[in-house]
Write a protein that binds this ligand. Structure first.
Ligand SMILES: Cc1cc2nc3c(=O)[nH]c(=O)nc-3n(C[C@H](O)[C@H](O)[C@H](O)COP(=O)(O)OP(=O)(O)OC[C@H]3O[C@@H](n4cnc5c(N)ncnc54)[C@H](O)[C@@H]3O)c2cc1C
Length: 593
């Protein structure tokens, strides 16, 4: 008789530990966590200038409500009103749990939580514990889950297949990365908290250790929601870090170098007024992600960087000297005022950075990159997938008993307030735990033949599919070319149709299969969706050599894709109004949010 857990959680990031702890609090203790590597993933290995957590305002002075917060998240377009309300109304509870566990969000002397404004949001809902908010969250949650709750964690296990009985998930097939053997684990409920399919792109600011498991989920039969909606922006690539905020506000030189080492400043090739370009560089400080709506404004800088790279030139930021013909007086008023107000009107970008945010220089110094001497290699990188696996409001997929939470799930639309991804990692787990607690069990064990694929596997050091990542960055990231996406899809399909059982290792065999399936799904989604919706959100779409403008009609719909088909599902509005209090007083079923 197989051991069957009540719930199996895949992943060891902020979302995985969140759900593990919420389940424990609900009294569901027959659970286990499984992960390819306890220390990998985005939450634990990433950060930014001031990594943001977004929740209901709790500064003590700002009037706010979950309804207002949900409307703000909903206003980005193509996201579900009910889901945004769930994200908002549960945000305080999740935030306060993190505080209880020792995540030291700043407080004022009365105990309120002061906040700041963040991308796409003008309220004071954002907070932070510094550059590594998600790492601190993950470590504090992990401590509770492993040390206090004593939830077992099975490390070094790569999930390679979701086992199903008809349309019900019943377990997972796993590659044990130590023994190289295939194992099976059964559970009534499977929760994938496996993060974004970061493996898709070469130009990426995700940590190298984050691959994702989206291909495995697609193979199991889930559909994707808003999968085309990603956030891309400029980041350094040797050490992966967003060059947002002060890195842009000090207006460095933009330099490209060709294969022969010929170096030039290139912004003047793309702008008739070079000081308009420098003003846009400044604005990139707080308009960091590429946005189609700003494609003729500050996002032109991203397009210029991409165009240089398409010419086979490497692109760098140089803080040592002012850009060509730089004249402070010719900058836009906003830039001039900011530079004067922050007392940064000094000779060079590096001196301005020293005055504005010297810690930004230290971040690179710790990685042996000396901005006083070295130029910083950059690209326009994938940073976040707003879309992902399609789930209902309980975060359950089309497959019964299979839940997806955190960045792997498609919770957001065209844009989202900065910091809402971290709130989402916490709320998803809360909702799933309540749903699992309150639903009737429908589990039946399976007696399925579990073939050991390792028997037929051939080790071959020459197998390499990494060139597909480069192509994805070139034609299917923030600048998408319809015809090039079709040819790339043909190439990916050709490999997948005969996916040979040979690779450098079994791990790479399964990881690359997952990557290729994810690429196929994204290319199919772009090809199916973008001709209807046009350019939108974080991407510009080109067909027959021409930019296709956005068709805003589609902002009221989720784009749900699978098997090359697309379905537009009307978004639900943000719910408003409640029944008389006594209705809730007498109600026992908590799962209906
Ligand atoms: C540079 C950068 C800056 C960011 N800044 C912010 C910010 O300021 N505010 C904000 O809200 N968000 C931000 N984000 C986004 C946010 O950090 C992520 O959305 C979030 O951390 C994702 O958490 P997660 O738990 O869903 O996934 P992850 O933390 O990525 O965890 C995924 C886990 O799944 C495991 N796993 C994956 N595949 C398998 C498999 N096949 N088998 C077993 N285990 C597997 C991995 O090992 C890992 O443990 C930023 C992201 C980046 C890259």
């Amino acid at each position: 008789m197989n051991k069957v857990y009540k719930a199996l959680i895949i992943g060891s990031g902020a979302a995985a530990y969140s759900v593990a702890d919420w389940l424990f609090k609900e009294g569901i203790k027959d659970i286990a966590i499984i992960t390819e590597n306890r220390l990998s993933g985005t939450s634990r290995n990433t950060g930014s200038d001031k990594q943001t957590y977004y929740k209901l305002s709790m500064d003590g002075y700002t009037p706010d409500s979950p309804y207002k917060m949900a409307l703000d998240m909903f206003s980005g377009g193509s996201c579900d009103g009910e889901k945004m309300y769930i994200e908002a109304v549960n945000s305080q509870k999740c935030f306060l749990r993190l505080c209880d566990y020792g995540v030291n969000f700043p407080t004022d002397s009365f105990g309120g939580f002061p906040g700041y404004k963040t991308d796409h949001d003008d309220t004071l809902r954002a907070t932070s514990v510094g550059p590594l908010t998600s790492k601190v969250m993950t470590e504090k949650l992990e401590n509770i889950v492993l040390e206090h709750n004593k939830t077992p964690l099975l490390d070094n296990r790569l999930v390679i297949e979701i086992l199903k009985n008809e349309n019900r998930a019943v377990g997972v097939k796993v590659l044990n990365l130590i023994s190289n053997q295939i194992e099976t684990i059964f559970a009534e409920n499977i929760i994938s908290a496996t993060g974004a399919p970061a493996c898709i792109y070469e130009d990426s600011v995700y940590p190298v250790s984050q691959h994702g498991m989206t291909g495995v989920l697609i193979d199991a039969g889930v559909r994707m929601c808003n999968f085309t909606q990603w956030q891309y922006g400029m980041a350094s690539v040797d050490f992966r870090w967003n060059v947002s905020g002060s890195f842009m506000q000090v207006i460095p030189r933009f330099v490209s170098i060709d294969e022969k080492g010929e170096e030039r400043e290139f912004l003047s090739d793309y702008f008739t007024d070079i000081h308009e370009a420098y003003s846009f560089v400044f604005l990139k400080g707080y308009q960091w992600p590429f946005s189609f709506e700003r494609a003729s404004l500050s996002s032109q800088i991203d397009l210029a960087v991409h165009a240089e790279m398409q010419k086979n030139r490497k692109v760098f930021l140089d803080y040592r000297k002012n850009p060509k013909d730089f004249n402070f007086e010719k900058l836009c008023d906003e830039a001039k005022k900011y530079i004067i107000d922050t007392d940064c009107l000094v000779d060079t970008p590096i001196k301005r950075l020293e005055k504005l945010n010297s810690k930004a220089i230290d971040v690179y110094m710790r990685q042996n990159i000396n901005l006083y001497k070295d130029m910083l290699k950059i690209a326009v990188c994938a940073q976040h997938n707003n879309g992902g696996v399609y789930t209902d409001c309980n975060f359950e997929t089309d497959i019964e008993g299979l839940y997806v939470i955190g960045e792997a799930a498609g919770s957001f639309g065209l844009s989202r307030p900065g910091g809402s991804a971290l709130n989402d990692t916490q709320v998803g787990g809360l909702v799933v735990s309540k749903h699992i607690k309150n639903k009737a069990t429908t589990f039946t064990d399976i007696a399925k033949d579990i073939a050991d694929y390792s028997l037929n596997f051939i080790t071959d050091e020459t197998v390499d599919y990494s060139h597909f990542k480069k192509k994805m960055s070139e034609v299917a990231s923030f600048k998408r070319d319809y015809e090039a996406c079709i040819s790339l899809l043909d190439e990916v399909n050709a490999v997948l149709e005969k996916y040979p059982k040979r690779h450098k290792s079994l791990r790479e065999y399964y990881s690359d299969k997952d990557m290729l399936i994810s690429m196929k799904a994204l290319l199919e989604a772009i090809i199916a969706e973008n001709p209807d919706t046009g350019s939108r959100g974080g991407a510009i779409f080109i067909k027959n050599g021409k930019i296709v403008e956005e068709n805003t009609h589609y902002r009221d719909f989720l784009s749900v894709t699978g098997n090359g088909k697309i379905e537009y599902i009307k978004v639900s509005p943000v719910p408003f109004g409640q029944k008389p209090f006594e209705y809730y007083l007498n109600k026992t079923d908590e799962s209906k949010f």
